[in-house]
Design a binder for this molecule. Structure first.
Ligand code: 4AD
Ligand code: MG
Length: 474
């Protein structure tokens, strides 16, 4: 049985056996055993007088054991049930002198360096159970709402965002590659006969799929070689990208808000123990901070607040006016001053709007065309596009999306303006030639949503093996 089974089915007086890792061993008598199936460990009471000393000596934190015994109601405080141990087998020893994960509080930095072992701690096992629950809730939401799950390529010949921050994929010997007449590497000799990269977004291919399946979504790994060493950026992250045919920007914002709320609702219900633990962890962390830096709401209150309240929707121009007239802007507290319509919003501005001004998630839409991607639907004003970003407290941007430009001629103009080679996008333009329809979609960064759901503050702590600049260990 798993520990979770034991707590669910509580087969009192039955002989059961269970395998797991020792969390602690106290007084030569009490093993706290966990197998990852749930937050709470099971206490196993050892009859040490009748247990071989060789075995007793090897019941160390981190060791794997198989325990056979009888499940009984617990005599002690802190747990309802425990196992009266009849037999212990040491499956894998663990040298307590060498094992890095001691039964004490370690820093998150230290645990990142031991990412292969950090899953044995309470904090990380909770985070990764929540991550799993969120992923399930995402599929569940789309399945229940009639979306088809599609898989878009990871190796791609197109640069969806036009940002150029991509990882090259090649089989060429880069020290010995042939040079063409323009003194550039000759990619015609490469595996695919052309330059290819790891995808930055599945959107363009998802649009193609939506033009036959109606409503689709992708959910997969995405890669960006931007050199942003922040607590919000990964070089490899997971993105959820729904794409809906016959839908405009309003439909898109409605979907995104409903989707996020529904996923969080599922997690609040499915991960109670893990959330309670992370909540307590944050509350005690908060107490160590100066009053002004403390959170007004604890983690569980924050989650409930988002689920129960409408997101604030404002257009870029309204956001710009609020920011321009804001105290920090007037007192020159922003690193990037807000003075001219059209400037891109930085995370300091986004956080001001969300955390100080509205104190709730905010959707900003209708951004200036010149700070957004080529594929976004041009508005009648000729200056703004039907883009939308969702901003979250403590995180900043969690969703980026738009209604797509479905008019062939307008799209071609935009492509030309941005000096993108039209030939590269021939198939994307075909979608506008053959039965084009109004459509829209968005991308949600999975790890950013997990940051919010777990209250963690560094994105490296919510993906098992983070990939960031100068870091691809494990
Ligand atoms: O805003 P982005 O760049 O949008 C797109 O890629 C669109 N093609 C999506 C679409 O419309 N289908 O990225 C979407 C989201 C961001 O809001 C953010 O949550 C996340 O992806 N994201 C990252 N997460 C972690 N690390 C990074 N380097 C990220 N870059 C984007
Ligand atoms: Mg974005």
């Amino acid at each position: 049985m798993t520990v979770k089974d034991l707590f669910l089915k509580t087969p009192i007086s039955k002989t059961i056996s269970i395998k797991g890792w020792v969390k602690t061993f106290r007084a030569n008598r009490f093993i706290s055993l966990n197998d990852g199936s749930q937050f709470q460990s099971i206490q196993c009471v050892v009859d040490y007088e009748n247990t071989d000393s060789e075995i007793l000596n090897n019941i160390n934190t981190g060791a794997s054991v198989k325990i056979t015994g009888t499940l009984v109601e617990s005599q002690g405080k802190g747990q309802k049930i425990e196992i009266k141990v009849e037999k212990i087998e040491i499956l894998g020893k663990c040298d307590p002198e060498e094992y890095p994960i001691q039964p004490k509080k370690h820093s998150l930095e230290f645990l990142r360096e031991n990412a292969h072992l950090r899953i044995r701690t309470n904090t990380f096992s909770s985070i990764f159970r929540i991550r799993s629950s969120i992923s399930y809730a995402i599929h569940k939401y789309f399945k229940e709402n009639g979306f088809v799950y599609v898989n878009t390529p990871i190796i791609t010949g197109s640069d969806a965002e036009g940002a150029g921050e991509m990882f090259k994929v090649t089989t060429l010997d880069i020290n010995n590659a042939d040079i063409d007449s323009e003194k550039k590497i000759d990619f015609s000799k490469d595996f695919f006969g052309k330059e290819t990269n790891l995808t930055v977004s599945g959107q363009l291919e998802a649009e193609s799929m939506a033009m036959g399946l109606g409503n689709v979504y992708t959910f997969g790994p995405t890669f960006r070689a931007e050199n942003s060493n922040t607590s919000r950026h990964l070089a490899e992250f997971w993105m959820v990208e729904p794409e809906m045919a016959f839908s405009d920007l309003d439909d898109n914002m409605n979907l995104a808000e409903d989707f996020i709320k529904e996923v969080l609702r599922y997690v609040i219900d499915d991960c109670k123990e893990d959330l309670m633990f992370l909540n307590e962890r944050l509350v005690s962390e908060d107490k160590a901070k100066p009053l002004k830096d403390r959170n007004e709401l604890n983690l569980i209150e924050r989650l409930n607040f988002v689920v129960d309240n409408d997101f604030k929707r404002i257009n870029y121009t309204e956001a710009f006016d609020i920011l321009r007239n804001s105290k920090p802007n007037k007192k020159k507290k922003f690193k990037y001053p807000i003075n001219e319509w059209g400037v891109d919003l930085q995370s300091e501005h986004e956080r001001f709007l969300v955390e100080k001004h509205f104190k709730k998630p905010v959707i900003i839409y209708d951004y200036p065309a010149k700070i957004k991607a080529f594929y976004m639907r041009m508005n009648e004003d000729g200056k703004t596009v039907k883009a939308m970003d969702i901003l979250f407290p403590g995180i900043g941007e969690i969703v980026g999306g738009s209604q797509r430009e479905e008019r062939l001629e307008v799209l071609k103009e935009r492509i030309a303006e941005l000096n993108i080679d039209e030939k590269e996008l021939w198939w994307y333009l075909d979608l506008r030639k053959y039965g084009t329809v109004k459509h829209s979609g968005f991308g949600l960064g999975l790890e950013r949503l997990i940051l919010f759901a777990t209250g963690m503050s560094n994105i490296r702590d919510v993906i098992p093996f983070p990939r960031t600049p100068k870091n691809a260990e494990f």
